[in-house]
Ligand binder design. Structure first.
Ligand SMILES: Nc1ncnc2c1ncn2[C@@H]1O[C@H](COP(=O)(O)OP(=O)(O)OP(=O)(O)O)[C@@H](O)[C@H]1O
Length: 309
């Protein structure tokens, strides 16, 4: 497999602050690569380095086989980019802006802009300055995808988009991969990366703290579980749950409203399977497994990685 992106000991300092330190990363061609991490981890800095918007303090990188510093307009034409913060002002209408960008970014198939706009419900006839944050983001999506670039570099692409459009975006990512395009997707939304990415790197404090495929990383292993259980008493359930390894914040109590029901809440640090099994001592009437908090998951992972090394 050849790489669409490689970085070697890539480092970026802002004064005395190191935003990215000694980053080694490889993104395979034709894959969707998720870069995930809490706010300030260094995701945007990494993407801006790859696009030659900012320059590294040290280290090297290749993007589609060339050094981004030397790639110039030719390289940029092969990339579709959504910046984290999209600033769109002016009276120009969305459609006109996209057609103008299409002339710069190079060949866009006839009708491609309109087709993409329709898929994500973007009105091309409105002046861009009147568009809401979400609609500006849609414009960003269309301009990144419209010329079917070899590489898509997407910084928090779904911020401000409603769930229906987010779903359509995931379909667009799948289609891009099927067409052989490479996607680098930065996000702090764990579920989005889980659904879309083949490989993931977890960034924290400018360093990759874990990498691999989503399942093997177990970045989703911290889950908050709430359940209502019938037909089992609170003491029995509490004992069974307390025996499950790596369960914390356990709270088991009779439901105030209904004599037969027990309410359970717990944080599982090692997957939910054992917790759910313990709950089946009774009849599970209600079960909520919350999206893991990324910050917490990354810290958890950090602790495990540090502990292992
Ligand atoms: N121009 C700059 N000058 C000084 N510090 C900066 C600059 N840009 C970024 N930083 C710092 O570098 C670190 C990494 O920032 P970066 O924007 O890359 O993080 P991020 O992972 O994209 O976070 P977010 O999800 O909040 O966008 C942060 O501590 C940030 O404050």
């Amino acid at each position: 497999m050849t790489s669409a992106i490689t970085t070697t000991a890539l480092t970026k300092r802002y004064g005395s602050h190191t935003a990215i330190r000694e980053l080694d990363m490889a993104v395979e061609r034709g894959s969707v690569f998720g870069l995930i991490g809490p706010n300030g981890a260094g995701k945007t800095t990494t993407l801006r380095l790859l696009l030659d918007i900012i320059r590294p303090t040290s280290g090297s990188m290749t993007v589609l086989g060339v050094d981004p510093r030397a790639g110039g307009a030719d390289l940029r034409r092969r990339i579709g980019f959504i910046p984290g913060e999209l600033r769109l002002e002016g009276r120009v209408k969305g459609g006109a802006l996209l057609r103008h960008l299409a002339e710069i970014s190079g060949p866009v198939a006839p009708g491609a802009i309109e087709e993409l706009a329709e898929r994500i419900s973007l009105d091309l006839t409105r002046p861009v300055r009147t568009l809401s944050k979400g609609n500006k983001q849609k414009l960003g999506l269309v301009q990144a995808f419209m010329h079917k670039p070899e590489l898509l570099v997407l910084d928090e692409p779904t911020s401000g988009l409603d769930p229906l459009i987010q779903r359509e975006f995931l379909v667009m990512l799948r289609e891009a991969r099927e067409a052989g395009q490479t996607v680098l997707l930065s996000s702090h939304v764990l579920s989005e990366v889980q659904q879309a990415a083949d490989d993931v790197a977890v960034l924290a404090d400018g360093k990759i703290v874990a990498r691999g495929d989503v399942a093997s990383l177990r970045i989703a292993s911290v889950r908050r579980i709430r359940a209502t259980v019938a037909g089992a008493d609170a003491d029995t359930l509490r004992t069974a749950l307390a025996a499950v390894p790596e369960v914390e914040d356990l709270d088991v109590a009779d439901s105030p409203g209904a004599a037969d029901l027990v309410r359970v809440s717990a944080t599982a640090h090692n997957g939910i399977d054992a917790v759910v099994r313990a709950l089946t001592l009774g009849e599970i009437r209600d079960l909520t497994v919350e999206e893991p908090d990324l910050e917490e998951s990354v810290l958890d992972l950090y602790a495990r990685t540090e502990g292992a090394s």
